[in-house]
Design a protein around this ligand. Structure first.
Ligand code: ADE
Ligand code: ZN
Length: 338
């Protein structure tokens, strides 16, 4: 395992499912709370970490929305994003496609401009100085109304040049993708890519809706698709990419035992799965830890790890030339490894 661990650590990787607010480490949460004169319901960093015990998605979301309350200024969003980029740079991540949740901020009186400016200022610096290329995806909170999502899209359109796509996240059960049919159609008209969380806690029917009603370009999670043989066959045939988040599934109790993680079945059924970290500050690991967790638990070999990394390049929203350049970096790494 030690050799495979080293191989994973050095492997050039892409991250396609990361909520930037979910990369807020307790240390930065305390620092920002102090800077902004906000009182937290925790005394120490250990208290914060101790509170990160979740038995389902909603337990996590409650604490996640509370945590993001410390983000107030453009500099806060910049610092948050820069901390994430520095971390993944140390893990040999070469490209990121990150989510943000504007409604978690605009609802608190923070402007769209503040949020997008801070995040993109850091992403630009990351590209220049760390060599990490990026895309930014704006998510709608599905527990809120479609009207609220539409208003959010309108607020974001002046910044459209900074956005690559839109997504759908937050509490899945009771909020099917079809609720957001019109706003996704509008985003598509604007030339944005479409992704949605589906099949994380929700049933296969939600994945069908994400595909057929929202017409997504990439599926976030998708785990419960495997309960439906026709859907599984369709995902394999279409080769739509799934952004799988192993430690997230484990911490949110969708997967009780990592050795039973559905990634094994996804790979054996030829689904186009990728590895991602979701909310690394809350779930105990960034990219390397996620790769390592499934590699160990599912006893994956080097070939499967390489397949996952290649899938992660092919599934980006980059141009063909950009994807070729990333595949080349992967090949160069493989050449010097053997
Ligand atoms: N928002 C942040 N992380 C999420 C997740 N794993 N599922 C749904 N919404 C989220
Ligand atoms: Zn997510």
């Amino acid at each position: 395992m030690t050799a495979l661990r080293k191989f994973i650590e050095g492997l050039p990787k892409t991250e396609l499912h990361l909520h930037i607010e979910g990369s807020l480490e307790p240390e930065l949460m305390f620092a920002l709370a102090k800077r902004n004169n906000i009182s937290l319901p925790f005394k120490t960093i250990e208290d914060v970490r101790a509170a990160y015990q979740f038995s389902e998605l909603q337990d996590f979301l409650d604490i996640y929305y509370q945590g993001m309350g410390v983000l107030q200024t453009e500099q806060d969003f910049y610092d948050l994003t820069m901390a994430y980029l520095n971390k993944v740079h140390s893990q040999n991540v070469m490209h990121v496609e990150i989510f943000f949740d504007p409604q978690g901020h605009t609802e608190r009186g923070i402007s769209m401009d503040t949020v997008i400016s801070g995040i993109t200022r850091a992403l630009e610096k990351g590209q220049r100085e760390l060599g990490i290329s990026y895309k930014l995806i704006m998510c709608f909170l599905r527990h809120l109304s479609e009207d609220a999502a539409m208003e959010t899209l309108e607020q974001a359109l002046p910044f459209k040049d900074k956005l690559c796509g839109v997504g759908l996240d937050s509490s899945e059960l009771g909020h099917p993708p079809s609720k957001f049919k019109n706003v996704f159609a509008r985003a598509k008209e604007e030339g944005l890519y479409l992704v949605a969380h589906a099949g994380e806690e929700g049933p296969p029917a939600y994945v069908y809706e994400a595909l057929d009603v929202l017409k997504i370009d990439r599926l976030d999670h998708g785990n419960r698709s495997l309960e439906d043989a026709d859907l599984t066959a369709r995902l394999a045939k279409s080769q739509i990419a799934l952004t799988v988040c192993p430690l997230s599934n484990y911490k949110l109790a969708g997967v009780k035992d990592m050795s039973k993680h559905p990634l094994g079945e996804m790979l054996s059924k030829n689904l186009n799965a990728t590895i991602n970290s979701d909310d690394p500050a809350y779930f105990g690991g960034y990219m390397n830890e996620n790769y390592l967790a499934v590699t160990e638990a599912l006893d994956l070999g080097m070939d499967e790890v390489i397949t996952l990394a290649r899938n992660g390049v092919a599934a980006t929203f980059c141009t063909t030339a950009e994807k070729s350049a990333m595949m080349q970096k992967l090949d160069d790494y493989l050449d010097q490894w053997t």
